[in-house]
Design a protein around this ligand. Structure first.
Ligand code: PLP
Length: 396
């Protein structure tokens, strides 16, 4: 029989995708499920973006492109950093890939391997640890607490550094917590990083999705010299409701972007030509659809904060960015709900799905047992009825 490579033992399937699949399976049997697992905006991709894709097809822009992406898109991404953060980026430093997840994979493949450690503050986005393992490097998970705002302090970082530390991965605004590093906190972390030889992958995919006047900062721009050791990740998936188009990017020091481009040229050639032209329109075209989506997310966030406050025996800190609420449900551990003995976040999610038909993601998938993640990238009606069901289950 065909034997899998050793590597197959290092990587687990995406837990968020597994929960979404479980919810979908239940839905397919005709049961109504309130699906709060989704990590993608439920809005359609803006029309101007779709039209740009149609134009690209009509104009025959349907062939291979340069491996690292079409020149106008790389230029537009470079301009994004110079105009938003005063960070001078040469288009050669930008590599466009099949989604930000692919950009992170390429960056990790370029920068780490067996013997290296990668520091990841928890709660972290599910894929980080698995993508690090895939390179043969070792993820070193550093827990942060709700009391610390789920932020990595400079001292915690210093304590985590060993001679094998190669990289630190940060994500602000964060999936799953919605935490954002204020400028001063991020500068203090940057100073601690600059005391070491550690490089940084800064995942800024939720950079435009912030609330209550909070602002996300481009990490690489905060101190001189930081850009030489930082790979900045972002993309169009979340901001422009374009998850299916698969366009993300990395902005990296030239030697790193050169290798990432070479790697991609062997791995996947280039991201879809049509999607790249669409992404160019998203970034350079009118932004009114984005403002509308953000307005809707803002309303939902307020609603979710209000509803979570009404849930029995839970606690949480309102998210400042992204579209998730990360809720502590530990007080319900030890209960039996609808025949399910709730002992951890996974069994809590099983109980919620079977008793309340509410699909959530367990905190353990993010390295934070005791919590569950609710996505509010879903309509008000679903949110309302889902919270009713969840509320009744927790009272019961
Ligand atoms: N980074 C974070 C923190 C995310 O939450 C996601 C998507 O869920 C991604 C990266 C991946 O984005 P993309 O769809 O562009 O691959």
């Amino acid at each position: 029989s065909l034997r899998l490579a050793e590597r197959s033992k290092w990587v687990a399937p995406s837990a968020t995708m597994a929960m979404a699949a479980e919810a979908a399976r239940l839905k397919a049997t005709g049961v109504e499920v309130f699906d709060f697992t989704l990590g993608e905006p439920d809005f359609p991709t803006p029309e101007n973006v779709c039209r740009a894709a149609q134009r690209a097809m009509a104009e025959g822009k349907t062939h291979y492109t340069p491996a690292a992406g079409i020149a106008p898109l790389r230029e537009a991404i470079a301009r994004h950093y110079s105009s938003s953060a005063g960070l001078p980026i040469d288009p050669q430093q930008v590599v466009v890939s099949n989604g930000a997840k692919h950009s992170i994979h390429n960056a990790l493949m370029a920068l780490c391997g067996p013997g290296d450690e990668v520091i990841i503050p928890a709660p972290y986005w599910v894929s980080y640890a698995e993508l690090v393992r895939l390179t043969g490097a070792e993820p070193v998970i550093i827990p942060t607490t709700e009391a610390e705002g789920f932020l990595l302090s400079p001292d915690r970082f210093r304590q985590a550094v060993t001679p094998r530390s190669k990289l630190l991965m940060i994500n602000s605004p964060s999936n799953p917590t919605g935490a954002i590093y204020d400028k001063a906190d991020l500068e203090a972390l940057a100073d601690a990083v600059l005391e070491t030889e550690v490089g940084v992958i800064s995942d800024e995919i939720y950079e435009e999705l912030t609330y209550d006047g909070a602002r996300a900062h481009v990490f690489a721009s905060l101190r001189p010299g930081l850009a030489d050791r930082t790979v900045t990740i972002s993309g169009v998936s979340k901001t422009y409701a374009m998850t299916g188009w698969r366009i993300g990017w990395a902005a990296a020091p030239a030697s790193v972007s050169k290798f990432m481009g070479a790697l991609q040229s062997q791995e996947t050639s280039n991201p879809s030509s049509i999607s790249q032209w669409a992404a160019l329109e998203a970034i350079t075209g009118p932004k009114d659809a984005i403002a509308r989506m953000l307005g809707e997310f803002t309303k939902r966030r307020a609603y979710v904060i209000d509803r979570v406050a009404g849930l029995k025996d839970v606690s949480f800190t309102p998210p400042r960015g992204a579209f998730y609420a990360f809720i502590n449900v530990e007080k319900h551990f030890g209960r039996t709900i609808g025949g399910v003995e709730v002992t951890d976040s996974t069994s809590f999610c099983q109980a919620a799905l079977s008793s309340a038909r509410v699909a959530l993601v367990m905190g353990s998938a993010f390295g934070a047992e005791g919590y569950v993640r609710i996505s509010f990238a879903t309509g008000m009606d679903t949110l309302g009825r889902g919270f009713d069901a969840l509320g009744a289950m927790l009272e019961g």
